[in-house]
Design a protein around this ligand. Structure first.
Ligand SMILES: Cc1cc2nc3c(=O)[nH]c(=O)nc-3n(C[C@H](O)[C@H](O)[C@H](O)COP(=O)(O)OP(=O)(O)OC[C@H]3O[C@@H](n4cnc5c(N)ncnc54)[C@H](O)[C@@H]3O)c2cc1C
Length: 469
């Protein structure tokens, strides 16, 4: 009889947990799955908490309902697999604003992460360069090529479209700048269209037409009860042994499989596994890979990250506009880069007492000095800047919370996907029972990380000899 497989999943974020569920579903019965998580809690960047007696997310708050290529997102599929589909809720207020020129303007519709498919619709916020997006008789991007989002959009539509639309929208997701982020990684549908279309506006329209959205269909969803429920349900469904406070510090091939060194240096535990799935941010993954595949480790470890802080204020009866929140272009010179009117956006959390939770994110890539402020100074700065943007003196918070996420958001430079493909090809050749998953490779966001974990799980199942079904 075949001995049960032993699979070690290193990292208990959503990528690792989605991988563990997929292993449970597809690997032969009896497979021993262990999730090693260095901290005391599962979930990684998913962390549901409470402030002033209200539920709030101190990390990711929602997931995209649809895959950018069409169909439901991998997050929605996982939620359904876990029996939580009935608990998905959508924002009660969809409209967000841009803070420009000292006031708030509605974010124009019809754009792809701020890149317009119709120039007239963005004119109230940003004036596109006249006549620069000309058909020059060839596709915008050569096959396989990549480019920084900012470089492409500046050349075709001018600086204002980048600075006042694309940059704040990309910044809201990556805490990074359009001038540094890879088009192919952050906007894959637009990159695909740009390899065919001759103008940027044409490419946006083609990308939108390739994945049409049903009118009125919600863009985002979250779980009543918080995203912590997704984490718990995935851990339970995986049937994995969950090891919290269990940092994996070393990884070594043994010939037949792997040996992991787990726990504190003075009292390490050595564990053997047939396969290892590293679902870690790039830097800790690179440290483990260093002794196994130094070249791959150098490439993986070369990925830069931005740190951010989420500052949540509980405000008694604030005078807030009917918006889900706003984004702030870097050119406005504020520390706050985005704000969510949490209890207004998520109507299921509102209570009749008028207390509102407002969350602001601080920290752009390259400007991390703002994160060196004390918690009290961050709270005061956020309160002051929110009041200025809204043009009202907000009441003093009755409670506040500062969540710092150091090294939180990967900054994918152009060519990122090619580098990841090369690393995976090298590992597959030399170490097929070692797989990589998570935001360091396949994109930021819950759906991308779920899919990344599931794909890595499938690779491991194939490497170990195929699935049960
Ligand atoms: C502030 C913020 C807000 C966000 N908002 C959203 C949002 O609203 N919607 C959305 O879709 N996405 C959002 N994202 C992005 C999304 O949360 C992440 O892309 C995703 O959660 C990353 O998952 P992951 O499993 O790849 O990594 P992580 O969540 O980073 O998990 C990795 C885990 O590995 C553990 N670990 C590290 N080293 C070791 C080790 N040596 N041994 C064992 N364990 C280790 C870590 O403790 C961590 O738990 C947000 C991200 C941030 C930072």
């Amino acid at each position: 009889m075949r001995k049960p497989w032993r699979v070690a999943v290193v990292g208990g974020g959503i990528a690792g947990l989605a991988a563990a569920v997929r292993l449970r579903d597809r690997a032969p019965a009896g497979t021993e799955i262990t999730v090693y998580e260095q901290s005391g809690a599962l979930g990684g960047k998913l962390r549901t908490g409470a402030l002033a007696g209200r539920q709030v997310e101190f990390g990711a708050e929602s997931f995209l309902m649809r895959d950018p290529a069409g169909g439901e997102s991998a997050a929605v599929a996982l939620v359904r697999r876990l029996g939580l589909a009935g608990d998905v809720v959508h924002p009660s207020v969809g409209q967000a604003a841009l803070a420009v020129d000292g006031g708030l303007r509605p974010i124009p519709g019809g754009t792809l992460v701020g890149v317009p498919g119709d120039l007239d619709r963005v004119a109230a916020v940003a004036e596109p360069a006249a006549d620069a997006d000309r058909d020059e008789g060839r596709p915008l991007l050569a096959p396989g090529a990549d480019v920084a989002v900012g470089a492409l959009v500046r050349a075709r539509l001018g600086d204002q479209v980048v600075d006042r639309l694309v940059d704040p929208m990309l910044g809201g997701v990556y805490a990074g700048r359009a001038d540094g982020l890879s088009l192919a990684t952050t906007m894959p549908a637009l990159a695909r269209a740009a390899r065919v279309e001759h103008t940027l506006v044409g490419a946006v329209r083609a990308a939108q037409a390739a994945a049409p959205r049903a009118p009125g269909a919600p863009v985002f969803g979250t779980l009543a009860g918080g995203l912590g429920r997704l984490v718990e349900a995935a851990a339970t469904a995986s049937g994995a042994m969950i090891r919290r406070d269990a940092a994996v510090r070393e990884l070594a091939p043994t010939g037949a499989g792997w040996r992991l060194t787990v726990g504190p240096t003075r009292d390490p535990e050595l564990v053997d596994a047939d396969a290892v799935l590293l679902a870690l941010p790039a830097r800790p993954a690179a440290r483990l890979l260093d002794a196994v595949a130094p070249e791959a480790a150098a490439t993986v470890g070369g990925l830069d990250y931005a740190g951010v802080a989420l500052v949540t204020l509980a405000l008694p009866e604030p005078d807030l506009p009917a918006l889900s929140g706003f984004l702030v272009p870097a050119t406005e010179g504020l520390l706050v880069k985005a704000s969510t009117f949490f209890t207004a956006k998520w109507g299921h959390l509102a209570r009749p007492d008028g207390l509102a939770l407002v969350r602001a994110s601080v920290g752009r890539y390259g400007e991390e000095t703002s994160l060196q402020l004390t918690d009290a100074d961050l709270v005061a700065t956020v309160h002051r800047e929110l009041s200025a943007v809204l043009g009202v003196a907000l009441p003093a918070p009755v409670a506040s919370h500062v969540q710092r996420w150091g090294g939180a958001l990967p900054q994918y430079a152009p060519g990122h996907l090619d580098r990841v493909a090369a690393v995976r090809a090298a590992l597959r050749g030399a170490h097929p029972t070692l797989a990589l998953a998570g935001a360091g490779y396949d994109g930021v966001g819950i759906p991308a990380c779920v899919r990344s974990g599931e794909t890595a799980a499938e690779e491991i199942i194939t490497a170990l000899g195929g699935s049960a079904s």
